[in-house]
Design a protein around this ligand. Structure first.
Ligand code: NAD
Length: 290
């Protein structure tokens, strides 16, 4: 397929490289990042989009996506597909879809989970929103870049699924960390705590797959001095998007709001930038109630 790829950073770079390796004709644009192996450099986003059957974006946030999409859509032929894989607010995803629709361009919002390792290994999970017809057209590309793609509903549904998932993840990681810290203070051995919780009703991905306690459970960032993994500031971004969506949809999300505040404090006041989000355990272990 002829593909335009805009945003070739930590995630977009390896995703574009995997598409090129799979034999697709990929033309890329990024004002800052290096051109990945096998990807032809374009002079602008619009240049990368011209003549492409699918244009993929992997950008930092919704404002940038809106600006870039306004440049890409007029360069795209009607019937072509704009596939945004960035994590952005639901309103921006829907606004871009509406703008594209007016120009006859199809859109799919398909944020990912899996991080840089997943992008490099082609093992990402995609949560997709948009017309089924457009999803079917990009499915072979999602297959190259990832291991699983779930069609969640109309425009914005991919972003909605992602932030709901990550709101659960942020909250369960916090409560898992505070429970480990409480267990420490009660004199309960961490291994015993893990053995019980990982097979009991308190279990979640946060403890069984990504245990925040070093030396316990499967290998996780805790075993590597909390090198991400999934950085605390990226979790904060997603929790903020969840609160933004909750406000716009008038949903009551008190635990999600508190999780956002805790990660905000952790990142902005407690120096957690660049540390894995499971380093919350050290935060709780190092303090009392005051
Ligand atoms: P990044 O900052 O490494 O890459 C973003 C790229 O966009 C940069 O190279 C930047 O130069 C480029 N860019 C900015 N403005 C542009 C413009 N106007 N035109 C073209 N390119 C432009 O970020 P990343 O880690 O690759 O993340 C990208 C997206 O993926 C984000 O929305 C992020 O939330 C999401 N995400 C990241 C991870 C992760 O672990 N890094 C995991 C899941 C989802």
């Amino acid at each position: 397929m002829k593909i335009g790829f805009v945003g070739l950073g930590n995630m977009g770079g390896p995703m574009a490289a995997n598409l090129a390796t799979a034999g697709h004709e990929v033309t890329g644009f990024d004002p800052a990042a290096p051109m990945p192996e096998g990807v032809q450099a374009a002079a602008s986003g619009a240049d990368a989009a011209r003549g492409a059957e699918v244009v993929i974006t992997m950008l930092p946030n919704g404002d940038i996506l809106r600006r870039v999409a306004a440049e890409l859509i007029p360069a795209m032929a009607p019937g072509m597909v704009l596939l945004d894989c960035s994590t952005v607010d639901v309103d921006s995803a829907r606004a871009v879809a509406a703008e594209a629709e007016a120009a006859g361009v199809l859109t799919v919002d398909a944020p990912v989970s899996g991080g840089v390792g997943g992008a490099q290994g082609g093992t990402l999970t995609f949560m997709a929103g948009g017309p089924v017809e457009a999803f079917d057209r990009v499915a072979p590309l999602l297959d190259v870049m990832g291991r699983k793609a779930v069609h969640c509903g109309p425009a914005g549904a991919g972003q909605s699924a992602k932030i709901c998932n990550n709101m659960i993840l942020g909250a369960t990681m916090i409560v898992t960390c505070e429970a480990f810290a409480l267990a420490d203070k009660l004199g309960l051995d961490r291994q015993a705590m893990y053995d019980v919780v990982s097979t009991s009703s308190g279990q979640s991905w946060s403890i069984t797959t990504y245990c925040p306690a070093p030396g316990i459970g499967p290998q996780s960032p805790a075993d590597n001095d909390y090198t991400p993994g999934f950085a605390a500031e990226l979790m904060l971004k997603d929790l903020r998007l969840a609160q933004q969506a909750a406000e716009s949809a008038d949903a009551d999300t008190p635990v999600g709001a508190l999780a956002m505040q805790l990660y905000e404090h952790f990142v902005e006041q407690e120096g957690a930038t660049g540390r894995d989000f499971s380093a919350m355990l050290e935060r709780f272990a190092g303090r009392g109630r005051g």
